[in-house]
Design a protein around this ligand. Sequence first.
Ligand code: HEM
Ligand code: HEM
Length: 162
Amino acid sequence: MSPRAAYSRLQIALHWLIAVLIAATWLTHENMGRALKARIETGASGFEGNTPHVWLGITVFVLVLIRIVVRRVKGAPGPLPGATPLMEKAALWGHRLLYLLMVLTPALGAVAWNAPSRTVGEIHETVGGALMLVALAHALVALWHQYVKKDGSLTRITRPQG
Ligand code: HEM
Ligand code: HEM
């Protein structure tokens, strides 16, 4: 896991594909509260409630698991030029938090849907909201690095190495 100058082609593809799929899952959440209520009331089981939100979310879950394995094998580029130890720690823990939320959100959604459980559904909503907020903050910090600090942050996740 020696430091490289950029993420690999596969890591970059997964980063952007997952970001788009998370946005799509978010945008299709609209009727899920009602669908879950109906599922609880009718005692429905299995996958008859075949909604884009569920399928997109499960795809995110599977791709994130693959991405974590790839990350462990390929590692990540070293610290950004000019990064202080505090900034390095913030990036490390910020990224770990994003991975955790990306696993937890769809996993909780799947439990809420299949149990089915209103309470787990509410926890899923809260954790999903946290994922969106942290991802937004992450994107803003990335843009700040790229265009204010000009340390090539975005280049590492757009131009592959390895
Ligand atoms: C990255 C993945 C996901 C994100 C970002 C996400 C996000 C959300 C959000 C924001 C809501 C709130 C809707 C509202 O306020 O009415 C919601 C609801 C819901 N989602 Fe997801 N979701 C994801 C994956 C999944 C998966 C994989 C499933 C099921 C297999 C699922 C099942 C549900 C259910 C059942 C609800 C309704 C919860 C309730 O009203 O109590 N979600 N989701
Ligand atoms: C749902 C949306 C997103 C999620 C969940 C997400 C998640 C992540 C994670 C977990 C990493 C760390 C990769 C690793 O070290 O293994 C990362 C890297 C990165 N992301 Fe995102 N990301 C999202 C959207 C964005 C957007 C919109 C931008 C740009 C505007 C962006 C810019 C970056 C950059 C520049 C890096 C590399 C940081 C570095 O060089 O250390 N991300 N992203």
